[in-house]
Write a protein that binds this ligand. Structure first.
Ligand SMILES: Nc1ncnc2c1ncn2[C@@H]1O[C@H](COP(=O)(O)OP(=O)(O)OP(=O)(O)O)[C@@H](O)[C@H]1O
Length: 602
């Protein structure tokens, strides 16, 4: 991603001119794409808003006509004139009202459809982005894009746009009706539009940065909250409550200050508009009043002019209200469109190479890797793992063990060199194929919300209950699952469904067993299990391994003992490679580690 694309510059409050233009164009493009899908409905909406506002703007004209033509006619004994003028007024009122109602329904449907579309896009897109992106972009930010930013957009789309459009159309029509009645008063109102547009311009300039800042601070607020709550165990363990309170209060205070700034700006805009409106009314009344006295202007026309002038300025105040939500939504759209501009760094091949029967032979050749633009973690790395071999990877913290595992699972791509599965580069294998043949069981043995059976079935979508039970039996999980309150139907998120770390591992073993991959990667939990759990997990693990190729990031002596081969990794390189027995007999790092393990067990 270049410097200013995607989310790279999203905390900037003031943007350079070209950058601002680019971000704006990106936001409007997104809105246009979303609106583009609603074209027929939009066309109908435009028609409705034009006709209903034209009908509504004609009221003062009808009133002038009723006073200056209708009333004298009625006084002259022509009662029918009353019926005609009243009837026309009633008809246009019914037309305006019903079309406006229809218009509101249509805009609600359009805005809801656009929001749904956007919500799904944001979700799908963030899920599709590579791990590298998620490691840098905090979950708090993603949550704030999906919640508070979309909420701000919802406010605009739900009411703002419809009010904004209909008010603007109404102002134009009413202005035309004033010109039709009396062009001099029309000039007064047009003249008033000059300070109004200057005021709007002032507000737009100031509020743009304030609303942009509001999005940044709001993301920070949500991020702080999410980080505290997801790390609540660490918070309690390290007694971080007091300092977290202070930190959160600071961010919340920043958010309050920002809100006050935006309210203050609005506090100038709205009274300013009211003042300009009132002064214009006074000018129309004074100039019109003199002319009525002169006899050059009919009373009915003056009444209509005053009515129309009042009606021009009323929606202008509405526009101000929704203009502020437009500004807020524009800032939100900048952020959301930035997120949508991000591209996955690990991409699925356009023309994937088909795989035959996969044996699980893995080979790194001359592999170079580093995270993002960071330093090289693996330099010209070579490793051949024959099919069916169980490999235990050991090494100090930060040595590169997890990196090795993540590369085989293709969470990242190499910078250069190659990694092949059965001779096919893994970046040329379709995602579905890769996920089927290479399965990673992570350290935390993540369970998704749902039942135990559903969690196991993730390994093989559509698996029958028999298959699920068979898998659980194979890895030794069946007994404890049966003892849960609802057996396989127990909800893992409900009370009673909570399972221990070892049990979670067994469930994820069953899931992997059911998936039956050729290659298994296992990031073994560092937390020490109690001895019975450890034995159960160990037995489960041995069944799971079977004849597969397996790479285990090993933290336990028992695991290393069942491996065919041990790799000692140091600084992204394999420094020792051999069977456990061979390495113990040499006087290297593994021998020392093995000795330490044995001593700790005594
Ligand atoms: N997401 C990341 N972004 C940038 N650098 C990373 C990332 N993950 C790991 N590294 C770096 O890569 C190197 C290897 O890390 P790796 O996680 O593979 O070590 P490890 O041997 O698995 O350590 P541990 O046993 O502590 O999990 C380290 O220098 C680490 O700082």
């Amino acid at each position: 991603m270049s410097q200013n694309t995607g989310v790279s510059n999203e905390d900037a409050i003031t943007l350079s001119k070209p950058e601002r233009a680019r971000v704006r164009a990106r936001s409007w493009r997104l809105l246009a794409v979303l609106a583009g899908k609603q074209k027929p409905m939009l066309a109908l909406t435009v028609l409705l808003v034009v006709v209903s506002n034209a009908a509504s703007a004609s009221f003062p004209l009808i009133i002038a006509w009723a006073i200056d033509w209708g009333l004298p006619q009625v006084q002259g004994g022509n009662i029918a004139a009353l019926g005609i003028t009243g009837g026309v007024y009633l008809l246009s009122a019914i037309l305006a009202g019903s079309l406006l109602g229809w218009y509101v329904l249509c805009t609600a449907r359009i805005s809801q459809a656009m929001l749904l579309d956007l919500r799904l896009r944001v979700f799908r897109h963030t899920q599709r982005l590579s791990l590298e992106f998620h490691e840098n972009y905090t979950s708090g930010r993603i949550i704030s894009r999906q919640t508070s930013d979309l909420e701000t957009l919802r406010e605009l789309l739900d009411q703002g746009i419809s009010e904004l459009v209909s008010s603007s159309v109404f102002v134009i029509f009413t202005l035309v009706s004033i010109f039709v009645l009396d062009w001099r008063s029309g000039l007064v109102v047009v003249a008033a539009m000059i300070p109004i547009s200057l005021l709007f311009r002032w507000y737009q300039r100031r509020s743009e940065t304030v609303y942009r800042e509001s999005r940044v601070v709001s993301a920070k607020l949500i991020g702080t909250f999410v980080e505290t709550m997801t790390g609540i165990r660490a918070v309690k363990a390290f007694r971080r409550e007091a300092s977290n309170d202070e930190n959160y209060a600071n961010v919340a205070g920043e958010y309050r200050d920002n809100s006050i700034r935006s309210i203050n700006l609005f506090g100038v805009l709205q009274p300013g508009l009211v003042l300009i409106g009132s002064l214009s009314m006074a000018a129309v009344l004074a100039w019109g009043g003199f002319r009525v006295l002169d006899g050059t202007l009919a009373v009915g026309v003056l009444v209509a002019l005053l009515l129309a002038t009042k009606r021009v300025f009323q929606p202008v105040e509405n526009v101000a209200m929704f203009y502020s939500s437009l500004q807020a939504a524009t800032a939100a759209l900048e952020k959301v469109s930035g997120l949508l501009e991000e591209e996955p760094t690990v991409v699925e091949p356009l023309k994937p190479r088909p795989l035959g029967r996969v044996t699980g032979h893995l080979e790194f050749k001359d592999a170079v890797f580093g995270y993002g633009d960071g330093p090289v973690v693996m330099d010209r790395f070579d490793l051949d793992i024959p099919a069916g071999q169980t490999i235990a990877v050991v090494g100090q913290t930060g040595a590169g063990k997890s990196t090795l595992a993540k590369l085989i699972a293709r969470f990242y791509d190499l910078r250069s060199g190659s990694l092949t599965l059965d001779g096919v580069r893994i970046d040329q294998i379709a995602n579905d194929d890769l996920r089927r043949h290479v399965v990673m069981v992570t350290q935390e043995s993540f369970l998704f919300s749902g039942t135990v059976a559903e969690n196991i079935a993730l390994g093989k979508p559509g698996a029958s209950r028999e298959e699920i039970i068979l898998a659980a039996r194979a890895v030794g999980a069946h007994e404890f699952i049966n003892a849960l309150p609802d057996g396989y139907e127990t909800d893992v998120n409900k009370r009673g469904g909570r399972v221990s770390a070892g049990q979670r591992q067994l469930i994820s073993f069953a899931r992997a067993f059911l998936a039956d991959p050729a290659v298994l990667i296992l990031d073994e939990a560092t937390s020490s299990l109690d001895i019975p759990s450890e034995r159960a997990v160990q037995r489960g693990l041995q069944t799971l391994l079977g004849n597969r190729t397996a790479l285990i990031i090993a933290h336990r002596l028992s695991t290393v003992q069942i491996a065919d081969r041990v790799l000692v990794v140091h600084d992204g390189m394999v420094v020792e490679d051999g069977s456990p027995a061979e390495l113990i007999s040499e006087d290297g790092r593994f021998a020392a580690l093995h000795k330490a393990w044995r001593e700790s067990m005594v």
